[in-house]
Write a protein that binds this ligand. Structure first.
Ligand SMILES: [Zn+2]
Length: 307
């Protein structure tokens, strides 16, 4: 039973949306088979929290993908959050480059100004030939939160404030978003504007340390105790990578029998990790032989299937 969830609130005057996300089990599962330098791990955690905050705001059935193509020590980060708030993420480092302990968002991903940050919305029922929506996020800012705030303003015309924090055991975030005014008097608009501003000022006092040590409920209460809030049902978040032993077996079949035998001539077994979540799978000589015995769906089109 996971306690990880996304929680939505509204200021009672409907001027401002407030969302929190708190990931512990999800985050630990995501890290289980990975060993990233702490600064990379924390950046990934922030992106995971951000992806849930953004995905939960979109009325859309499919996946939201944050894809960062870096030109520094980080070659690639992909974070994928489905509409049901299941999440997976992966990182590719440039092994030849050292990650300094004090590396920043910019130095990790955009050290030569050639980094790319793309938001992809991929509908679950995408027709053949239909392209997923892609938005380019300018790499402006010193943090994931700042970069995404700029993006929301530019591409969605939404005033958004984001706070993110992550360490080796937790990834957490807070989002404030100004809701569009729906008619009302000039006075209403003025009041809404003041509410939005006040919420931002209250949240600005939040520190990373507080975010990592307190529950979001506690923080919301501490920050907004004077504000009448509408509270919604929490939505569970979980880690999910669809890799299975069977899928990995199919991948090995695609490599072909000769290739597998050549690997086995040098080592006892074939060790292979899911290239998304890093989960290790191991196939010994007997497992490998079985792959090719039954002749099922040999992926080598030139190889006759034996019966
Ligand atoms: Zn996997």
């Amino acid at each position: 039973m996971t306690t990880d969830h996304l929680q939505k609130y509204l200021l009672e005057d409907r001027s401002t949306r407030i969302q929190t996300v708190d990931l512990t089990e999800t985050w630990l599962t995501g890290l289980a088979h990975q060993s990233y330098p702490p600064v990379v791990r924390d950046l990934l955690g922030q992106l995971c929290a951000a992806s849930v905050l953004l995905a939960s705001n979109i009325k859309f059935n499919g996946s939201l993908v944050l894809q960062l193509q870096g030109d520094g020590p980080l070659a690639l980060i992909v974070v994928e959050c489905q509409s049901d708030l299941s999440l997976r993420a992966t990182v590719q480092l440039r092994q030849e480059l050292v990650v300094p302990d004090n590396a920043t968002f910019q130095s990790l991903l955009n050290s030569n100004g050639n980094g790319r940050f793309i938001v992809i919305l991929d509908p679950a029922d995408r027709q053949e030939g239909q392209q997923p929506y892609q938005g380019v996020v300018p790499m402006q800012g010193d943090s994931v939160a700042q970069v995404l705030e700029h993006y929301m303003k530019q591409s969605e015309q939404l005033d958004t404030r984001i706070w993110l924090a992550a360490n080796g055991s937790r990834a957490t975030g807070l989002l404030l978003q100004r809701l569009p005014d729906h008619g009302g008097t000039a006075e209403d608009t003025e009041t809404h504007h003041e509410s939005w501003q006040r919420a931002g000022i209250l949240a600005q006092t939040l520190t990373t340390q507080e975010m990592l040590s307190e529950s979001p409920d506690t923080l919301i209460h501490r920050l907004f105790w004077e504000e009448p809030l509408l509270t919604f049902e929490p939505q569970p978040v979980r880690w999910f990578c669809p890799c299975t032993r069977e899928r990995v077996a199919n991948m090995l079949k695609m490599l072909g029998q000769a290739e597998i035998e050549s690997i086995l001539s040098e080592q006892e077994k074939v060790d292979i990790a899911c290239n998304f979540c890093g989960k290790p799978y191991s196939f010994d000589a007997i497992d490998c032989a079985r792959l090719f015995i039954d002749g099922q769906s040999s992926a080598d089109p030139d190889k006759p299937v034996e019966h």
